[in-house]
Design a protein around this ligand. Structure first.
Ligand code: LLP
Length: 397
């Protein structure tokens, strides 16, 4: 692939009001074809993009046009997907707390299937489907009790997490579903967490699914048409230019090698971060340099309201000064100053990076907070009565 540097876009950014998200749609296109290249090797493998990562309409359309389906977790996401060209039959709907109106919306639209997380939820779906004279396709989200090497806030597949149905209850819930005439049982769903870089974690999930499939076979349950393994593949936050495209080969090969599918079973993936993470940057301007007693601060006009991840998870994003690039001394050494890079919000946690090395930075410089395409714009808020950040794609500026 050709290496595009964000630095080269600087002139085009100058006239735009900051902060804003910038989505490199060329990189997105390359990422989507890298995924397709792996999934197309296998019959019945399909990716439902996890919309929660980035629901920007232009990004969504591009993903849809590349042939992916959608994984939604709210009625709002289902609506957004329908408005942006996803056929209802390519949408799956997950989440522990689906409201009645969201279930109605999904049934009305005719989505592919619900990922159901409890018996009370199954009963409500059945009741609403009966009332609407519809059949609801349901897949059960099973909690595999598999740990993942990632931040504790974003692991989901442990027995202590609120997600899914205990694996010991799997046969029981399937029997309950089979007794409900307005419900059709179609498969199983799993998700162990997010920002996972160790393939062993996905391998452990494969072994667990294999065990569960043996149990189903022994119980003569043959309707498991879809195995949905969720998402979770991580990205390189430290080196976005060196690794703009995640390691899809290792990820998909792990499933190809370790997961034993039954004849005719479809395998669904729900990647979010790995699809859009590296193509987005939050572009912000330096408002002030503040010299405090022990620290020097770069105060930028983006805040935790625009990108919540550092405040919420202590997440580290690479930051780049686009205005000065790499400064070097006469003998070619890089010059750098240690800064805390902070936003304007009235919270100490409004900090993007501590003791971060940047070339000497001045008021007015443009900075890029990298790898912000996933869980950036979608998690923005209006705290402090701030405006939501604008967003642009490559073609628009
Ligand atoms: N499927 C399910 C059921 C999920 O819960 C998630 C993410 C995904 C798929 C997509 O996972 P991904 O491929 O993006 O790892 N806000 C956090 C991440 C929360 C992830 C929630 N679930 C962050 O900024 O790191």
């Amino acid at each position: 692939m050709t290496k595009r540097l964000l630095q080269d876009q600087k002139e085009r950014f100058e006239s735009l009001k900051t902060p804003f998200y910038y989505y490199d749609t060329d990189l997105l296109a390359e990422t989507l074809s890298a995924i397709k290249c792996e999934t197309d090797k296998h019959e019945g493998w399909h990716l439902h993009y996890a919309v929660k990562a980035c629901a920007n309409p232009k990004v969504l359309r591009q993903i849809q046009q590349a042939g992916f389906g959608a994984d939604c977790v709210s009625g709002g996401e289902i609506r957004t997907c329908l408005e942006n060209g996803f056929p209802a039959g390519e949408i799956v709907f997950a989440g522990v707390g689906k409201a009645d109106w969201e279930i109605e919306l999904a049934l009305e639209a005719g989505i592919q299937y619900f990922n159901v997380e409890s018996i009370p939820e199954l009963e409500v779906i059945a009741e609403i489907a009966t009332r609407m004279n519809k059949i609801a396709n349901v897949s059960f989200r099973i909690n595999p009790d598999v740990g993942a090497h990632t931040h504790s806030h974003i692991t989901t597949g442990l027995a202590e997490n609120k997600f899914g149905i205990a694996k010991e209850d799997m046969l029981h819930v399937i029997q309950v579903a089979k007794g409900l005439p307005s419900v059709r049982f179609v498969g199983l769903h799993f998700h162990i967490g997010s920002q996972i870089l160790q393939m062993d974690d996905f391998e452990a999930l494969c072994y667990r699914i294999n065990e569960l499939q043996d149990e189903l076979e022994a119980a003569d349950i043959t309707e498991v048409h879809n195995i949905n393994v969720g998402g979770g593949l991580g990205i390189d936050y430290d080196n976005p230019d060196e690794n703009p495209i995640p390691d899809f080969k290792s990820y998909f090969e792990t499933y190809a090698k370790h997961l034993k599918l039954r004849p005719g079973q479809r395998l669904h993936f729900e990647l979010g971060r790995a699809v859009v993470g590296q193509c987005g940057s939050l572009i912000t301007r330096c408002l002030y340099i503040k010299q405090a007693k022990q620290k020097q601060f770069v105060i930028v006009d983006a805040g935790m309201t625009d990108l919540m991840r550092p405040a919420l998870y202590g997440a580290k994003h690479h930051i780049q000064n686009l205005s000065v690039g790499q400064q070097t001394t006469d003998d070619g050494q890089q010059t750098a100053v240690k800064y805390d890079i902070v936003g304007p919000i009235c919270e100490s946690s409004d900090t993007f990076a501590k003791d971060f090395l940047l070339p000497e930075t001045r008021r007015g410089d443009l900075l890029a907070i990298r790898s912000a395409g996933a869980y950036g714009e979608t998690m923005a808020s209006q705290y402090n009565c701030r405006e939501l950040p604008q967003a642009y794609t490559t073609a628009e500026i």
